[in-house]
Structure formats: C-alpha cells, structure tokens
Design a protein around this ligand. Structure first.
Ligand SMILES: [Zn+2]
Length: 149
C-alpha cells in the first residue's frame, strides 16, 4: 500500500489546478441581495445533494450567507475516467486521499450546501491523483502485495 510518506504518494495528494470560486460566489450573493436573482434560483439543492451533504459532508465554520440559520456543509464530488463507477460520486476527504493514491489524476468539485435553506454553490475545484496512466499499475501492484502469502 503506497503511503503518504512516499514521494509518489505526496505528489498524488498535492492539489493541482486549484480554482477558487469565491469571487463568483460573492457575485451571486450580491445579485441575490440586489434582487436580480430569486431565492428559488440559488437555494435549489436537490435531495441527492442534500443527502450527500448528510453522509459525506464536512461542516464548515461558515454560517449560511442566505438564511444565517446554520453552518454550511461542504461536499466533495469526484470526476475522472480512471475512477470508473466512482466518478460522479460524493466522497469524504479521507476517501479522496485513498482514491488519489491509487488512481490517475481526477477532478474534485467542492460544493457548499446549507441543509436548512438549500443554498448551494461551487466553491473550489482541484485535481489530485497519480500521473496519467499509472493508476491501474499501482492498483495491480497493491493487489499482488496483498495476495502474497
Ligand atoms: Zn441557508
């Protein structure tokens, strides 16, 4: 099992192509305040997103900017060819670290959700994972290591 201590592991966990959507988020909130957007348009987290927030979300220190009733929850979604059926699913930070150590680079979208009013917005995207084409080899090596008597 490749550990985070190995150089390859560290590189896999290193966040790349990080995009912060704070500016766009502020724009949406300003437009909402100005009346250019309705609550219904921005507080539209569906049941799937709400459920993911409940199971895989990490509670933040940030109070919901819309209803101010509770702290926001951040949900991370993973997308990548090498992830197979896991692509498009919500994952905890721990699971993302495990996936990053055993799969080709993939994209993570972090979405903040208010479980009270359903406000939601993309806050961050980044890439983690192994160099393209090495995930399958790494997984096979890990399997062989486990099956060795
Ligand atoms: Zn809210």
């Amino acid at each position: 099992m490749p550990g985070a201590e190995e150089p390859a592991g560290r590189a896999a966990l290193q966040r790349r192509r990080v995009v912060d959507f704070a500016l766009r988020r502020r724009g949406v909130l300003a437009e909402l305040q100005a009346g250019g957007l309705s609550l219904r348009e921005v507080c539209d987290a569906d049941m799937y997103l709400q459920r993911a927030a409940g199971f895989h979300g990490e509670t933040t220190e940030t109070v919901c900017p819309v209803c101010r009733k509770e702290n926001l929850t951040e949900v991370s979604w993973v997308f990548g060819d090498d992830l197979g059926s896991s692509s498009g699913s919500a994952r905890s930070d721990e699971e993302i670290a495990q996936l990053a150590l055993t799969h080709d680079q993939f994209t993570v979208h972090v979405v903040e959700v208010c479980r009270s009013c359903s406000w939601n917005h993309l806050v961050l995207s980044y890439e983690v994972g192994l160099p393209e084409g090495t995930g399958r080899r790494t997984r096979r090596a890990a399997r062989e290591l486990r099956h060795r008597p």
